[in-house]
Design a protein around this ligand. Sequence first.
Ligand SMILES: Cc1ncc(COP(=O)(O)O)c(C=O)c1O
Length: 433
Amino acid sequence: MTKLLPKKAQQKALPKAPRQVPKHADISHFASQNNELVIGDKTISQIEKLVGSTPYYAYDKALIANTVASLKSVLPEKIQLHYAIKANPYPSLVHFMVNHVSGFDVASKKEMLLALQSGMPAKEISFAGPGKTHDDLQAAIIAGITLHAESTTEINRAIALGVSLAIKPNIAIRVNPAFELKASGMKMSGGSKPFGIDEELLPELLKELPYDKINFKGFHIFAGSQNLKADAIIEMHEKTFMLAQQLVALTPVKIAYINIGGGLGIPYFPGEQRLTLDEISANLSKLLKQYQHTLADINIIMELGRYLVGEAGVYVSKIVDKKVSRATTYLICDGGLHHHLSNSGNFGQVIRKNYPVAIGNKLVSTVDRKELENELVNIVGPLCTPLDIVADKVNLPKSDIGDYVVVYQSGAYGASASPKDFLSQPQLNEILL
Ligand SMILES: Cc1ncc(COP(=O)(O)O)c(C=O)c1O
């Protein structure tokens, strides 16, 4: 009879399973030329000469157009796509989006003016966000866009302003639903939140609204952002449609739309996979059918930022120094945290993980890779703070001063979400190609 080994020894005796190192999702949606990354039809060194210097963000028009078109091709026809400008307010990109989506969501007066100047009709622009000031509300009413009211104070202010301006304000209510978007990078609903009006307060409020003084447009139910789990999104849609039906039943006037929010995420970190939309879309078709009587003549809007533009942008900086400190090799770039806060891990991440990065002028194919020596490096920016990380312990083709470091998945929450003046570094360039 074989003697049982003590537990510790048994564990030692077991052959070790190979450690699965999670990989980044495939980011080969960009072309390359002579091992150099191409955005639009320009190599990154050509783009440097075009914009004047590194660091820069480059956004690829064709990729944005493809993303929007393929999303539209799977979503039910009734769903209208709105672009949330906060994801990337680069003016040329916003102007480009006009021809690809049905409307814009803005989060400030400045974004509203940009949206209006892009040619998007005012009636397709909505303004969400807590803390809208008297000036914000006044400008929105004069412009004729729709306010997504986040509180009763905001509604009362808008009504009073409407009376004094002799313009009926367009108002929809941003709802804080009781449910949340599970497994979400950013939860924006459920429980106590500064966003929207709690759903349980709405039966009373909807009874009391002075409908003769406003154009009541509908409801905005935005539960969360950056979600890569189809099941969680499907569950959110089920709950959103059920809530929408209840709210429509409580509203004494005909409404124009229900904004069902967004939440579709993109893969940033090792181990994350792209969302597959088939089940989400099939479920939306089912819900549209199930609620067709309630929702007849009511537009259904999906509001997305990063899903539409995030994968189409890269952040490019140049290696200005390379050094070894106690056996760790550092690549020091001319760009970092001050332009790409989220890549540095300081934009809401609990544990920092690397975005996909590459040496942008050494994009050797996997076949050729073995011919090129790799090295393990830490990539940092020029700021005098340990927070300025571009990529930590990455294995990349051996590079040197003058080579380019590219951060992928950088088309959303990049330039505009970063402290560009921190340490008074040189300004950043952006280009849409
Ligand atoms: C109201 C609202 N709409 C849209 C978005 C865009 O989210 P995402 O870029 O993840 O699609 C956000 C993000 O915070 C939001 O708060």
